[in-house]
Write a protein that binds this ligand. Structure first.
Ligand code: SAM
Length: 940
């Protein structure tokens, strides 16, 4: 019996929910614990698990209703999640009238409500033959039925832990493993800190609070954050400074010296006769003056060149400052630059807060500088001991990484602690020591590690200063605001008071009942059996997990082992799956073969992948096939969709969820038998999606249909162990010339062609068969444009489906996210059409030719002549006679046979004028309408 997800999946609603969850940023359940990249939305994980455990019946409509009820994503469920004031404002009818994405904007997320109502449970149980009153009960009953026990869900690439966490939360036993210890700890923390219940949580929060209180007392005693006016610092701003050749003073570097947009605060630099260090002045300027600073007045770093603040004509290249040999590499005991180093570092602004909470910005005075010196001395006293104990990092930054090389090359920082100022190390080291001392058990010790590493993310020299804006007070941005390690010219440092907001929070406090296991393991070595595997493997252009995570690992290093003696605190980068070449494929085949071995025959897998290009999916499909799996469905969830953007389709990227089962028998297949099966399957798949699309809100866009075509082909192919006597694994690794595809891939690609022929733009059914491939391409491309598709890749993919090799002459714009087709008038301008209105065809110019120099197939198509007639009509102020005459002259007697087709096409173009977001079609659409009228009434 197929699972629900193998027959359908509510893509539009789920995309809206996933997006809503992502948009919550720090309000997401797991992000509060710490940084991981590419976390999967919990609602998607929940839907995947429910969809895999719920069997499909022969009533797809009812299946869908019941599935949505379980997810609280049905109309009643969404209404129940709607916040009371909004309920009162909109009323039920008004609420239901809104598109789903807008409806849920003011709703709680499904994870934050208690679940389906009593009535919904009655409906769910009636349909599924269950007796559940909670989600875990339902999961248990479905698992018992399918596997004879509570279902066990595993993820061998668990990263931040979304999959095992959500699995456990809805009642599955959960297994999570990852190669990386930082990921392991985050996953462990999600399960054991969010799932440990309120009492244990209160205990770990107490340990954290005590450590902070102790730090507060200590910092006060040291006197390093308070001044004589009774104020306390809440932000420090530092910058780099250099003394280029020929300059007899150090130049502090920044691309702009604005400090607080909201209050017109800037830093100005002055020269004192007796010093080669400039003196900062932090001051409030007039609005007019501030505007000049915003426009880079006084900027000392412009276009990668150092600019003399007193003579902007004098500049030096930064790269040249580093010298031919590169910078001096800092040694392990360096915590600040040495006097001769090219890049010096200095404090230039402090933000103070008084007892009433009033803030002011000031340049450091002599006392402040003395406090800086005291901080350095205090750190130096503790440095060795703390490194030995592991309270501050002592590891070197690995060389040769894509991301980790940046700090080494641009600053000479060779150890992780070089990414922190003495003030940051002193504070973080102190807190780390206190947290470990106060932790009586594993949960508290793990929380200590999480606390320090999260604080490190928010308090390193890689933290940009975010100016106070709107209602915000400003502050440091996290180190990993992007997926890189880029040293900054000026940065912010948090004293203790502003560290509180950088600490992890424990949003949830439920006691998770299911059994959970977290392991640190290469996915090839997983030896735990799971009924369902859900994985989200790293891919090609994705994140350099092992490099970035080393930033955190440097803080765990020696401590991790005390809490988790079974874990090696090493990223084992050499085992990390990456790239997209043969090595990558080999590891992936090995890993998925291992997972297939560790699931029952009726088990299920889902592989999630975020990639724009459906062709990449064909490749992944081959890998999974070679691993002994067969594909049963694939769905794209647009996790990055803007609210309302779904209709327009302008989302950044979708997460594709491929559902797979174990291939039990290795039957041989034959290509000539496979082709017709693929054709049937593609058509069947598309027809079933169209039915769902037409019966409610639009669910699928073009990319979904294309993907479905690939998936349908894979569904057929992957049932077989070999095709025409050729083994799949052999085919995956066979050496090929660039651009050459295997016969197997050719089948998959053919699916796209089949899909293209099935997906006829609405209103063109009667003429479609009579059109050439390039004409169909132009019309289908316009069709997707009219529905808001702007991704260039989709236009290229369509072209592949129609076998059109050169689309450039037809595209007005081929920008990555701004693709558009030419309008009739635009095409004329593009020289595809003849210049004379009634005369003969002029020789096509260069743009009309394909890249090979041959005439572009569109140039002589009848559609293109029709487009030209539209343009003629528009150019003649919508008098249709010239256009009609042009068609009659061009086609002679054939015109009468073509007339009806032209009218149908013109009517279709008329409709484009009504499409949102296609304003440039307005005039041509009107011309098409008028010309259609003229042609309809034409008589020989
Ligand atoms: C896309 S992430 C998973 C994100 C996760 N699903 C989440 O929601 O946070 C991929 C993970 O694969 C891990 N990884 C890479 N190579 C691995 C290997 N050979 N074995 C196990 N895990 C590996 C990386 O450390 C990374 O955490």
């Amino acid at each position: 019996m197929p699972a629900f997800i193998e027959t359908q999946f509510p893509i539009a609603r789920l995309s809206a929910e996933s997006y809503k969850e992502r948009k919550a940023v720090s309000g997401q359940t797991l992000t509060g614990l710490g940084k991981w990249w590419g976390r999967k939305p919990l609602v998607l994980v929940r839907a995947a698990i429910v969809g895999m455990l719920m069997p499909a019946s022969n009533d797809p409509k009812r299946d869908r209703e019941v599935f949505l009820k379980i997810m609280t994503m049905d109309d009643d469920g969404a209404w129940a999640r709607c916040k009371p004031p909004v309920q009162r404002k909109l009323g039920r009818t008004g609420f239901d009238a809104l598109p789903y994405a807008e409806r849920i904007a003011e709703c709680e997320r499904p994870e934050n409500v208690s679940g389906p109502t009593e009535q919904s449970w009655a409906d769910i149980n009636a349909h599924l033959g269950t007796t559940a009153t909670t989600l875990p009960e339902l999961i248990d009953q479905l698992g018992q039925r399918a596997f004879g026990h509570r279902p066990r869900v595993g993820d061998s690439f668990c990263g931040g832990g979304s999959i095992p966490f959500e699995a456990a939360r809805i009642g599955c036993d959960a297994y999570g493993s990852d190669l990386n210890p930082v990921a392991g700890l985050l996953t462990w923390a999600s399960l054991n800190l969010l799932g440990c219940g309120p009492e244990v949580q209160a205990e770990v929060m107490r340990v954290q609070a005590e450590a902070l209180a102790a730090a507060d007392q200590q910092v006060t005693e040291w006197g390093i954050e308070h001044n004589a006016r009774g104020e306390r610092a809440d932000a420090y701003l530092y910058c780099v400074e250099v003394k280029p050749e020929g300059c007899d003073y150090y130049i502090p570097l920044a691309p702009s010296w604005t400090i607080a947009d909201k209050f017109n605060v800037v830093a100005q630099w002055h020269r004192d006769a007796d010093s080669d260090r400039l003196r900062p002045d932090v001051t409030v300027v007039s609005q007019a003056e501030y505007e000049k600073y915003k426009a880079k007045k006084g900027a000392t770093m412009v276009d990668s060149r150092v600019v003399d603040p007193f003579n902007p004509a004098r500049t030096w290249s930064v790269e040249a400052l580093r010298g031919p040999e590169g910078l001096r590499r800092w040694s392990g005991d360096d915590v600040v630059p040495r006097p001769g180093d090219v890049f010096q570092e200095r404090l230039y602004c402090i933000r103070w807060v008084d007892a009433d909470g009033k803030r002011r910005y000031a340049a450091p005075d002599a006392d402040d500088l003395a406090r800086e010196a005291r901080v350095l001395a205090l750190l130096q006293e503790r440095f060795e001991g703390w490194q030995r104990e592991g309270f501050i990092p002592s590891l070197a930054i690995p060389e040769g990484g894509d991301k980790t090389e940046e700090p080494i090359r641009t600053r000479g920082w060779t150890y992780w602690h070089h990414l922190f100022t003495p003030r940051q190390l002193l504070l973080l080291g102190y807190i780390s020591e206190r947290l470990q001392a106060g932790s009586g058990n594993r949960v508290a010790a793990a929380f200590g590690l999480i606390t320090v590493s999260r604080a490190a993310n928010w308090n390193s020299k890689l933290c940009r200063w975010l100016q106070p804006q709107g209602g915000g007070i400003g502050g440091g941005v996290e180190t990993f605001y992007n997926q890189a390690l880029n040293p900054l010219l000026n940065y912010s440092v948090r004293p203790l008071t502003s560290m509180r907001t950088a600490l992890p929070s424990l949003g949830q406090s439920e006691l998770l009942e299911p059994q959970t296991v977290v392991a640190l393991q290469d996915a090839r070595d997983v030896s735990t059996r799971c009924d369902v595997w859900i994985t989200d493997p790293p891919y090609a252009d994705a994140v350099n997990y092992h490099e970035l995570a080393d930033f955190f690992l440097a803080w765990y290093d020696k401590l991790l082992n005390r809490t988790f003696p079974e874990w090696t605190p090493d990223a084992r980068a050499e085992l990390a799956v990456r790239g997209d070449g043969d090595d990558f494929r080999r590891s992936m085949v090995d890993i998925y073969r291992n997972l297939a071995r560790h699931m029952p025959d009726n088990g299920l897998q889902m592989v999630m992948f975020t990639h724009q290009n459906p062709a990449v999916w064909a490749d992944l499909g081959m890998i999974l096939w070679a691993a002994g799996l067969k594909a049963t469905a694939a769905w794209t969830i647009s996790t990055e969709t803007a609210i309302g953007g779904m209709k327009k389709g302008n989302y950044v990227s979708g997460t594709v969820c491929m559902v797979l089962r174990k291939r039990i028998s290795d039957e041989p297949g034959f290509l000539d038998e496979v082709y017709p099966l693929v054709e049937d399957e593609v058509k069947r798949q598309i027809a079933s999606m169209q039915v769902l699309d037409e019966s409610g809100e639009p669910n699928f866009n073009d990319a979904d249909y294309q993907l479905a075509a690939y998936a349908a082909a894979l569904k057929v192919l992957t049932q077989y162990g070999s095709i025409d006597g050729r083994d799949v694994e052999h085919e995956v690794f066979a050496k090929r010339e660039k651009g050459q595809v295997s016969d197997f891939q050719a089948v998959i690609e053919r699916a796209l062609g089949i899909a293209c022929n099935v997906l006829i733009p609405k209103g063109l059914d009667s003429v479609w068969r009579e059109l050439t491939l390039v004409e169909r391409y132009y019309l289908r491309a316009l069709d997707i444009e009219s529905r808001g598709e702007r991704r260039n890749g989709m236009y290229e993919e369509l072209a592949r489906g129609f076998g059109v090799t050169d689309i450039k002459p037809l595209l007005k714009s081929d920008k990555a996210n701004g693709a558009r087709m030419y309008t009739p008038s635009g095409l004329a301008g593009a020289n595809l059409a003849p210049v004379g209105s009634t005369g003969e065809m002029s020789p096509p110019t260069k743009r009309g030719r394909g890249s090979s120099g041959a005439l572009h197939p569109f140039a002589s198509s009848s559609l293109r002549h029709l487009l030209f007639a539209i343009r003629e009509t528009a150019a003649a102020d919508n008098s249709p006679d010239l256009g009609r005459q042009y068609l009659r002259d061009t086609f002679g007697q054939a015109y009468w046979g073509l007339r009806e087709r032209f009218v149908a096409l013109l009517e279709w173009f008329t409709e484009l004028g009504n499409a949102a977001d296609m304003p440039e079609w307005a005039e041509d659409a009107e011309a098409a309408r008028i010309l259609a009228g003229r042609l309809r009434n034409d008589h020989a």
